[in-house]
Structures are given as structure tokens and as C-alpha cells.
Design a protein around this ligand. Structure first.
Ligand code: OAD
Length: 245
């Protein structure tokens, strides 16, 4: 990052009245969690159909072992990285008001953030496809194949959003609200292609927020609504911003 960008970027963050971060898989890449798209992205190796609700209903027994490998085992072995910790520090200082995340890995909370809006749900819980009961996905329940509901024995589905499912209502409402009140909106590590999450930065822009973006590659937002594009890895750029605040 050049000084020409560092100075205005730190000024904007320092003076923010309502800073909101909008994060995607890229912020957890340096924690060893693969992104979905791009060179080493999951969707280059696996058929995204495994996260389609109707397909999952028909093939849950086949898909669950894959979900354990791709998500649960990877996430349980991952630790927050300097990008997560910088956002936690900013929340503690009262600078960062909330994080809207598309991630299901819990790493923002583990780093210390409390105001996290989980737009795509999470891996902590599961929902029964038969009775609709929500259950904490303990190791014991997760050991089953497929994991089944402790109440009725029906097949469980992870409580994250599959393709074809609506966004959890409370998260959707809060995310819209935070996007509309932000005066600085920091987009980190998302390609910006998955609707409706992809619309949130446009809401912030419409409401007059300054849009900053951190990503090693240009995204759907770069050159369209981004005011300052900081090109590079989140785990490197965020600590530099922090040191210069
Ligand atoms: P993507 O995989 O689409 O995009 C990841 C972005 O992170 C890309 O723009 C990368 O350039 C960037 N990136 C890679 N390494 C990075 C680093 N070290 N620092 C910063 N950025 C980095 O992931 P998302 O945009 O999060 O949905 O994908 C959105 C949704 O698509 C996901 O939430 C998931 C998926 O299908 C559900 O699971 C419902």
C-alpha cells in the first residue's frame, strides 16, 4: 500500500462516526479457510449443488461427510488472523460499530467482536428438516452420519444459508439498517457476486457512506462504488492501518 493511499485511508477511519465492516471469505483466507471462488476456491473443486437446499434434501447422507471435511473440520482447526484481531480492537475502541459477515466460521466472534451480523447463518447450529427444531451442533451429534435431530430423529441441515434459502430475517433487517447508517463502509475480502448480500454496499453508498475496500484483486465493487481501494491481503493491510491511526 502506498503512502498516497495510507494517509487518506487512516484519516477516514479515524474520523468515522459509524464505521461498519462488510466481510467475506477473503478475510479468513489467511486463517487457512479456502475461499469459494478464485484459483483455490471451493467451487473449482466441488459442485456448488451440495449447498442447494433441494439437492441436499435428496442426498443428505452423501453430502454430510463432504460438509464435515470442507467446513466443520477446517473451521474447527482455524484461528483468527491479524485482520480479525484488528477489527476486534476497533470495536473495543468504540470505532467499529458492527460487522456484517457472509462467513459462517465464527472467527470474528472468536477474535473478540460482539456486534456481528451473520448474514449467511453459522456452523454452530443445525435445523431439523422434519420438525424444524434448532439444535446446537455438538461433536456428538456431528459424529452421526447423517447427524440427526435429538428431538425427532429427522435429518439435520446446517444452520447456514443454502442456495435457494432466504436470509435469516433478523440478520437481513439489521444488515440493511447498519448499511444505511454507516458513514464509512469497509468491504473486506468479498467478490460481491452473491445476491442479496452483494446489494448491501450499494445501500451504504446510496446513503452517502465512504466506501473503502481491501482485497488482493478487484471485486464487483472496485471501480464502481469503491472510493478507496487498498489492494492486498486483509491480514497485512488492516494491521498497517491500525499502526497508523
Ligand atoms: P468469494 O470466494 O466469492 O470471494 C473471496 C474474495 O476474497 C475474493 O474477492 C478474493 O480476491 C478475496 N481474497 C482472497 N484472499 C484474500 C485476503 N488474504 N485478504 C482479503 N481478501 C482476499 O467469497 P465471498 O464473497 O465471501 O455463501 O462469497 C460469498 C458467498 O458465496 C459465501 O458467503 C458463500 C458462497 O457461496 C453461502 O455459503 C451462502
Amino acid at each position: 500500500m502506498t503512502d498516497a493511499k495510507l494517509r487518506p485511508a487512516t484519516d477516514i477511519i479515524r474520523q468515522a462516526k459509524h464505521l461498519v465492516a462488510f466481510t467475506g471469505a477473503g478475510i479468513s483466507a489467511e486463517s487457512g479457510i479456502p475461499t469459494f471462488r478464485g484459483e483455490n476456491g471451493l467451487w473449482n473443486q466441488y459442485d456448488p449443488r451440495i449447498l442447494e437446499l433441494s439437492y441436499f434434501r435428496q442426498h443428505a447422507e452423501e453430502i454430510w461427510p463432504l460438509l464435515k471435511d470442507l467446513f466443520y473440520n477446517v473451521i474447527s482447526g482455524a484461528e483468527p488472523n491479524p485482520a480479525h484481531y484488528t477489527l476486534a480492537e476497533w470495536e473495543k475502541q468504540g470505532l467499529l460499530k458492527s460487522i456484517i459477515t457472509q462467513n459462517i466460521d465464527n472467527l470474528h466472534q472468536r477474535a473478540g467482536n460482539r456486534h456481528v451480523i451473520e448474514y449467511h447463518g453459522n456452523t454452530r447450529d443445525a435445523v431439523c428438516l422434519s420438525c424444524g427444531e434448532k439444535t446446537a451442533l455438538t461433536e456428538e451429534i456431528l459424529a452421526g452420519n447423517p447427524p440427526v435431530c435429538p428431538v425427532c430423529g429427522g435429518i439435520l441441515k446446517p444452520d447456514f444459508v443454502f442456495f435457494g434459502e432466504p436470509i435469516p430475517a433478523e440478520a437481513a433487517a439489521k444488515a440493511l439498517e447498519e448499511s444505511a447508517v454507516a458513514d464509512v463502509y469497509l468491504i473486506i475480502g468479498t467478490s460481491g457476486v452473491i445476491y442479496p448480500a452483494s446489494l448491501l454496499p450499494y445501500e451504504a453508498k446510496k446513503a452517502g457512506a465512504k466506501i473503502m475496500e481491501i482485497n488482493p484483486e478487484p471485486s464487483e465493487y472496485t471501480g464502481k462504488i469503491t472510493d478507496i481501494f487498498l489492494q492486498g491481503k486483509a491480514g497485512e493491510i488492516l494491521p498497517v492501518l491500525q499502526q497508523n491511526l
